[in-house]
Design a protein. Structure first.
Length: 146
């Protein structure tokens, strides 16, 4: 086993700085704790809204799915989505920041269950997320607990 890194948040931010998906969507990693992450996106109506004048659900789903990978990495797990459920509670009708807070609810040998909530910049709950992730590999350099 190789040397484990000490500054996990900086390491993960650097790792994801090369992620073309997150870069294309302008998804930011705001906070990384062991087993818990906050990611955000600045909603631009010209880019993210659909023909009905609300933020497209695919944008919200992309943000929600992005949090799962970073959350897995926060405990040294490379994960792939097995099952993903998102309950849209409120439509996004204005420009502004959206953020998702995650936490690991189960961490087994082969699967991880991540629960998350999406909020707008007024701290209004916009959606809830529950994802089951398949653990495809380990980032040996990232400790499971830190």
């Amino acid at each position: 086993m190789g040397e484990q890194i000490q500054d996990v948040p900086s390491y993960i931010r650097e790792m994801y700085s090369h992620n073309s998906f997150m870069n294309e969507f302008n998804i930011n990693i705001d906070e990384i704790k062991c087993g818990s992450v906050v990611v955000s996106i600045d909603i631009d109506p010209a880019k993210h809204f659909n023909h009905r004048g609300i933020c497209h659900g695919g944008v919200l789903t992309a943000l929600a799915d992005a949090v799962t990978g970073v959350t897995g990495a926060s405990v040294g797990a490379a994960v792939a989505t097995l099952n993903f459920n998102m309950n849209f509670i409120k439509s996004v009708r204005n420009a502004g920041m959206l953020y998702v807070k995650s936490k690991i609810r189960h961490y087994g040998h082969l699967t991880m269950v991540i629960e998350a909530e999406m909020y707008d910049d007024k701290h209004t709950l916009m959606a809830t997320i529950l994802a089951t992730m398949f653990i495809v590999d380990k980032f040996e350099e990232i400790p499971e607990k830190w």
